[in-house]
Design a protein. Structure first.
Length: 288
């Protein structure tokens, strides 16, 4: 399997040498493969966001190495600069970073910095707008006039327009209502399916992770505590709860039903799988 990102013993310490010194991540060694959709989950302060900011060179490690396509991204200044076009990072609340006069200019900001032709920039803006559900009728409007959900989509489109090999989204559904959350998650799923890009979703929401991810990496106190499929990770409910994390609501409901003697498979962690299991039981119950 093609490895896009690899970290070896990655370590970062904040405020080193002061009374506030804190090791945010320690000895992180992971591989991310081409085309994966990985959810990186953990409690606030677990180190997941610090880890992600190393992957495109925003933070420099105090120890260890980050490789993108086999190249040490901190080997030269040029390598560090170039990786920011390969690994696109969308910050939590990215709409606060919108600053151009129009939506079109905001989405085109990244491609312009890549020194692309006007035709190529226009193609990428329209493509990214399509992936994020930003209608072309919004192109000439000020981003500041848009709703919160629309601003979020424009900000994400601005990173997608650079066509990064890896797209990282830090809490992309934070602060959105349920409909907004569902829409953003569907946009991410569609983008990954249509482009074949690798996507890393940083989230504390187990339900978001369960809906779209094929692999989960769980951070706890600056280290990787779990790394596996959703079925593997969510089967360790008590360990997750011990880390201060929730489990998907569907998994919790299924566990409660099992405690009452209902025979359900262990692999339930989404609403669809719970619905199928319960309907399957109902089909086997004699009707009065």
């Amino acid at each position: 399997m093609d490895t896009v990102i690899r970290t070896e013993n990655l370590t970062h310490v904040y405020s080193r040498g002061t009374p506030f010194e804190k090791t945010a991540i320690s000895g992180i060694s992971v591989e991310i493969h081409a085309g994966e959709l990985v959810a990186v989950i953990g409690h606030t302060g677990s180190g997941k966001s610090t880890f992600m900011q190393h992957l495109n060179g925003l933070l420099r490690p105090d120890g260890g190495t980050v490789y993108v396509d086999g190249e040490d991204i901190f080997a030269t200044k040029e390598a560090t600069r170039d990786v920011r076009f390969k690994v696109g990072l969308v910050f939590q609340y990215p709409e606060y970073q919108l600053f151009e006069e129009t939506v079109y200019k905001d989405i085109s900001f990244g491609p312009k910095n890549m020194k692309l032709s006007e035709a190529e920039i226009d193609e990428r803006v329209r493509e990214a707008a399509h992936f994020t559900g930003v209608g072309e009728e919004l192109f000439e409007r000020s981003p500041l006039e848009l709703s919160g959900g629309q601003k979020r989509r424009v900000a994400i489109a601005g990173v997608m327009a650079m066509r990064p090999r890896v797209l990282i989204l830090d809490e992309p559904t934070a602060g959105l209502d349920p409909a907004g959350c569902a829409g953003i998650l569907q946009n991410i799923t569609d983008y990954r399916r249509e482009t074949g890009s690798t996507v890393l979703l940083v989230t504390h929401s187990m339900d978001d992770a369960a809906k779209i991810a094929g692999r989960l990496i769980v951070f706890h106190e600056g280290s990787v505590a779990m790394d596996g499929t959703p079925e593997e990770v969510f089967s360790r409910q008590q360990e997750l709860i011990g880390m201060g994390l929730d489990v998907p609501q569907s998994a919790a409901i299924a566990d409660a039903l099992r405690a009452r003697g209902v025979k359900l498979p262990k692999s339930i962690y989404t609403l669809d799988s719970l619905r199928e299991a319960v309907l399957g039981l109902a089909e086997g119950v004699p009707q009065c």
